[in-house]
Write a protein that binds this ligand. Structure first.
Ligand code: S3P
Length: 446
C-alpha cells in the first residue's frame, strides 16, 4: 500500500520482552468464508469478530456489489441479509486478496450473468488456472488475462454439472471454490486431497446447512468432502476465532526476546491450521495450551509462551511445508536467528503468494547479515544473530510482521520498508506489538 507515493517504514528496537495478555484479530480465512456463505444463505446472519483487514473488506464490498445487503456494526461485526446474487454494475476489485478472488470465482460460476474480477498488481500476477480448469470441467466459462490471471470474466452460465475431483496440489482455496460451485451444480461435487488443507468451508457449511450431505470421508488417497447441488443455506449467528496464523508472529517474538511471557487468548486451534506448533516444538519452544472451547464449530484455546534458552534451528519439508504454508515466513525468520542450519524444502507454493516469499525471505535475511542459499523449492539458512539493517516488505504483509519480530533478536535496530501492507490482514499489529512491550517507530517517507 503505497498511497500517494509515500510508504510507511517501521524501525524496530531489538531485545524488548513480550509480556502480558493479548488477543488476535478474527481469523482471515474464516472471515472470508463466513461473509460469503452468509451472503448466499436465506435470512439475516449475524457475524462477529471478523478480520478488519482490507482483504476481508474487499470481500464485503464485492458482496455488496453483487446485491447483498449488509449493515456494519462495531468493527468486525456485520448483519448480512443473504439471497441470490444479482449482476454487479462494475468490476469486483479484490485488492490484494487471493482468497477473496478464488472463493468468489467458485461462488459465481453457475450464476446467470457475467462478472469481471480484478485486483492489484500482485493479485493480477497470481495463478488462477488451478481454479478455472476444474470449474470448466463443471461447465463454467471464463475469459482470463494471458497466463490465466486476473482481470477475469466469469461468464453467465445456464447451469453446472457436479464433479468428482482429485486436487493435484494442496490448496484450500481450490477445494473451497469447487465446493461453492458445487452448491449450484446438478448432483454431487466431491473434492479429494492428499494433504488435508484447512477445512473452514466444510465446518461453516455445517453452521449454514447442517452436516455436508456426504460427510467428510477418507479413502486410500486422502480426504474427500462432498456437497449436494441445491443444498439450501440458512442464516447463522457466528463468532470468528482469533487468527492462529497471526498468533504465530507473537509466539515467535516471545521465543526470540529474553524475559518474554505472553498469553494469547481465544486463538483458533483448528488442527488443519496448527502445523507450525510442530515446528516450534522441534525448536524446543515452551508453549502451553489451556481452556479448550468451541466457537462456531471451530476449536479455540489460550496459548502461553515463555522465552527459553537453548532453542535451535528446525528444518521443514514435505507435507509439513504445505500444512504450515502461511506460517513459513515467520518460522524461517525465527529459525534463522537460532543456532544450526534450516533446510526448507517442498515450498514452491511460496513463490506465488502476495510476493515470491522464497525470494523475499532470502533478500530480507541477507540484508540483516544471515547467510542464505536459494533453491527452486526452498532455502538453506545458516542461523546466526541478525546484525540489523534495512529490509524490504516486497508488498507482503507477512514479510512485514516476520521481520518486525526477527528484529527482536538483532544486534542493531532493523528498518522495514513499505509496511502499510500489514493493513491487508492485521491493522492492529503495531498497536498490539507495542502493548506487549515492543518499541516500533513508524515513519512515513517517499
Ligand atoms: C487460504 C488458503 C491458502 C493460504 C491462504 C489462505 C484460504 O492458500 O495460503 O493464505 O483461506 O483458503 P492456497 O489455497 O493457495 O494454499
Amino acid at each position: 500500500m503505497t498511497g500517494m507515493g509515500s510508504t510507511l517504514d517501521y524501525r524496530v528496537q531489538p531485545g524488548t520482552a513480550l509480556v502480558g495478555r493479548i488477543r488476535m484479530p478474527g481469523d482471515k480465512s474464516i472471515s472470508h468464508r463466513a461473509l460469503l456463505l452468509a451472503a448466499l444463505a436465506e435470512g439475516e446472519s449475524v457475524l462477529e469478530g471478523l478480520s478488519t483487514g482490507t482483504d476481508v473488506s474487499a470481500m464485503a464490498v464485492a458482496l455488496q456489489a453483487l446485491g447483498t445487503r449488509m449493515e456494519a456494526g462495531a468493527p468486525g461485526c456485520w448483519r448480512v441479509h443473504g439471497g441470490p446474487f444479482r449482476a454487479p454494475d462494475r468490476a469486483l476489485d479484490l485488492g490484494n486478496s487471493g482468497t477473496a478472488a478464488r472463493l468468489l470465482i467458485g461462488a459465481l460460476a453457475g450464476c446467470p450473468f457475467d462478472t469481471v474480477l480484478t485486483g492489484d498488481a500482485s493479485l493480477c500476477r497470481r495463478p488462477m488456472r488451478r481454479i478455472i480448469a476444474p470449474l470448466q470441467a463443471m461447465g463454467a466459462q471464463f475469459e482470463a488475462a494471458p497466463g490465466d490471471t486476473l482481470p477475469l470474466t466469469v461468464r453467465a452460465s445456464a447451469g453446472l454439472a457436479g464433479l468428482h475431483y482429485r486436487c493435484p496440489l494442496p490448496s484450500a482455496q481450490l477445494k473451497s471454490a469447487l465446493l461453492l460451485a458445487g452448491l449450484r451444480a446438478a448432483g454431487s461435487t466431491c473434492v479429494t486431497e492428499s494433504v488435508q488443507t484447512r477445512d473452514h468451508t466444510e465446518r461453516l457449511l455445517e453452521q449454514f446447512a447442517g452436516p455436508p450431505s456426504a460427510a467428510a470421508t477418507r479413502d486410500a488417497y486422502g480426504y474427500t468432502v462432498c456437497v449436494q447441488g441445491g443444498t439450501r443455506l440458512r442464516a447463522a449467528r457466528l463468532q470468528v476465532p482469533g487468527d492462529f496464523s497471526q498468533a504465530v508472529f507473537f509466539i515467535a517474538g516471545a521465543c526470540l526476546a529474553p524475559g518474554s511471557e505472553l498469553r494469547i487468548e481465544r486463538v483458533g486451534m483448528n488442527p488443519s491450521r496448527t502445523a507450525a506448533l510442530e515446528v516450534f516444538r522441534a525448536m524446543g519452544a515452551a508453549i502451553e495450551m489451556e481452556g479448550e472451547a468451541v466457537l462456531s464449530g471451530e476449536p479455540i484455546m489460550t496459548l502461553r509462551v515463555r522465552h527459553t534458552t537453548g532453542l535451535h534451528a528446525a528444518s521443514i519439508a514435505g507435507e509439513l511445508a504445505a500444512r504450515a504454508i502461511d506460517e513459513l515466513p515467520m518460522l524461517i525468520a525465527l529459525s534463522a536467528c537460532l543456532p544450526g542450519c534450516t533446510r526448507l524444502r517442498d515450498a514452491t507454493a511460496l513463490r506465488t503468494k502476495e510476493s515470491d516469499r522464497l525470494q523475499s525471505l532470502q533478500e530480507g535475511l541477507q540484508a540483516v547479515g544471515i547467510r542464505v542459499e536459494g533453491l527452486p523449492d526452498g532455502l538453506n539458512v545458516y542461523g546466526a544473530q541478525p546484525r540489523g539493517g534495512v529490509v524490504h516488505s516486497h508488498g507482503d504483509h507477512r514479510m512485514v510482521m516476520a521481520f518486525t519480530m526477527l528484529a527482536l533478536a538483532a544486534a542493531q535496530p532493523v528498518r522495514i520498508v513499505d509496511c502499510d501492507w500489514v493493513q491487508t490482514s492485521f491493522p492492529g499489529f503495531v498497536g498490539l506489538a507495542r502493548q506487549a512491550g515492543m518499541v516500533v517507530q513508524e515513519q512515513w517517507g517517499q
